[in-house]
Design a protein around this ligand. Sequence first.
Ligand code: SF4
Ligand code: SF4
Length: 306
Amino acid sequence: MLWHINDLCNFGCVYCFFPKVEKEHPEVGRFTPQQIYEAFQKTGRNWHLFISGGEPLLYPDFIELVNLLKTNHPIQISTNLYNKNVKEFAERVSPENIIVINASLHILHHNSKSLQKFISNYHLFLNKGFDIIVSYVTYPPLFKRIKDDFLFLKNEGVQYVLPCTYNGTFEGKKYPGSYTREQMRIIREIYQEPLELLVVMDKMHFYNKLCRAGKDYFFMDLKGEVFRCCTIWDSYGNLYQGTFKPDTSAKPCTSHICHDHCHGMMSLIEEPQPPEEEFYENGFFREMTIKSLDIVSRMKKSLQSV
Ligand code: SF4
Ligand code: SF4
């Protein structure tokens, strides 16, 4: 379940999918952590929860919610790792059943002082025993500094970095699909996760292919409304209100493009073929990005076990 838990974020990234809001959505916090936990329990499933926002750590009572949910449901959290609640989260949540903390480094938001704070937050989680990866969006203006940024991270003890493909428009061109030859050369060095490469190559077209989205994989918004995926907004009821009803079998994809990246691809019955091994360039980045393969393979196992 990909769960958009809240809207509020202390950043305002230029490449964010969502518009910047000054106040949290009024529906956020309407249900208590206990009520949300019980709503998941009533489905009779062990969910794998991919929690994102907004900034999830700003969700009210997020620590209580995570501590309750993770007793039965493995959790992955995407966070900017730079807000007032980071330290308390690391102190009050144990790493058991937290599959991974995906710490997004939004480099354009940082100065040298805040970057050091981000790094120290990373080490705080690492030292507490969390699996933590740093993700970095390959937004076109960042290509001139990616290598320096990765080197910096490496020197600061960051072990693994996961490049994430930019989805959107820059200077009138749509991404992915508009990377230059030089940008593609860098991408071949830094991207080691085969499925993400299909995103870079603009190959997310699975129309009519059988997909388990709607049966085993869903997108849920902050009101508890469940949809087939974050591309196809067919309603599957409301989890908080007890009206969630999944399909009983996989169905053909009805969209000409899939925005669900790795979750969508993992839900396809016939998994797409990644580029041949020769596509990749071994080099400087490989050891920093290869860990993403482990993470994806764990996510895959978890999706297959629902
Ligand atoms: S940190 Fe994430 S949610 Fe917040 S503005 Fe940036 S991309 Fe959007
Ligand atoms: S392939 Fe992607 S868009 Fe199509 S149903 Fe699956 S997750 Fe949704």
